[in-house]
Design a protein. Structure first.
Length: 254
């Protein structure tokens, strides 16, 4: 993959995080899967409404009218809220994005919030014009980050998901039995990527820089566990143990 196809973000720890940009193919696969899910859900809502409406017809005209009103509301929510709600509660992913292994993040690499999810999907109405995401496709083709208009307005970008199964940092050291118990439940995805980047690039670093970075990153992570990790190579032992613990968890699998 060319360097222009990657979003590179410098962290305060002086480590560059790289996110492969999701291109048209991956995004099309995601929207295709999401659209299929929406169609199935819509059909289910309509079918359930017909059956319920038929059952309420014996109680006069008011019952079926309420069913129609509820169906209209549910269809509106399904069309307008599907993407935003999933991206809010699934950390930038919808079922289709999870299937295609892509995710929406902020331009600075941080996870999106409710504001970004709502704004980028509110503009989806414009991206869909005049038909079949015509404006959105033109926008994706014309910028190197493959952004549609909604991404420009919300300050977001869609990237390929980098799971721990696909990234196996080389473990240079043996298991350190003197380390405290590792509880990775509070480690964030951003911190996982930071550790992975360091472990994959440490051999290319100046020894002094490598030692300093290992210390700073391990202090940041160990602070959440109320542990103290000092001295190289114990700091790197700790970071390797954290990644191994994260691999065994389902939190970072998609």
């Amino acid at each position: 993959m060319d360097a222009s196809d990657k979003l590179t973000i410098d962290t305060p720890e002086q480590t560059a995080l790289e996110y492969p940009i999701a291109g048209l193919g991956s995004r099309f696969l995601a929207i295709l899967a999401d659209t299929a899910i929406q169609v199935v859900l819509a059909f289910s809502v309509i079918l359930a409404g017909i059956l319920i409406g038929a059952g309420l017809s014996n109680f006069g005209k008011l019952g079926p009218q309420w069913v129609v009103a509820i169906i209209v509301i549910l269809m509106f929510l399904l069309n307008a809220g599907y993407f935003a709600l999933f991206e809010i509660f699934w950390n930038g992913q919808t079922p289709g994005k999870r299937f295609a292994q892509v995710r929406v993040i902020k331009e600075d690499g941080r996870p999106i919030g409710a504001y970004e999810a709502i704004v980028r999907n509110a503009v989806r109405v414009v991206d869909m014009l005049p038909a079949m995401y015509g404006i959105g496709l033109v926008s994706v083709f014309l910028n190197w980050q493959s952004k549609r208009l909604g991404d420009f307005v919300a300050g977001t970008v869609v990237v390929h998901e980098k799971t721990l199964e696909g990234v196996r940092p080389y473990a240079e050291t043996k298991i350190d039995d003197t380390l405290p118990p590792i509880d990775a439940s509070q480690v964030t995805l951003e911190e996982v990527r930071l550790i992975e980047t360091f472990l994959n690039r440490r051999d290319a670093l100046d020894p002094a820089v490598r030692t300093t970075m290992a210390l700073e990153i391990s202090k940041r992570i160990a602070g959440k566990m109320q542990a103290e990790i000092y001295g190289w190579p114990r700091t790197e032992h700790f970071l390797e143990a954290v990644i191994e613990q994260c691999r065994r968890s389902d939190r970072f699998r998609s």
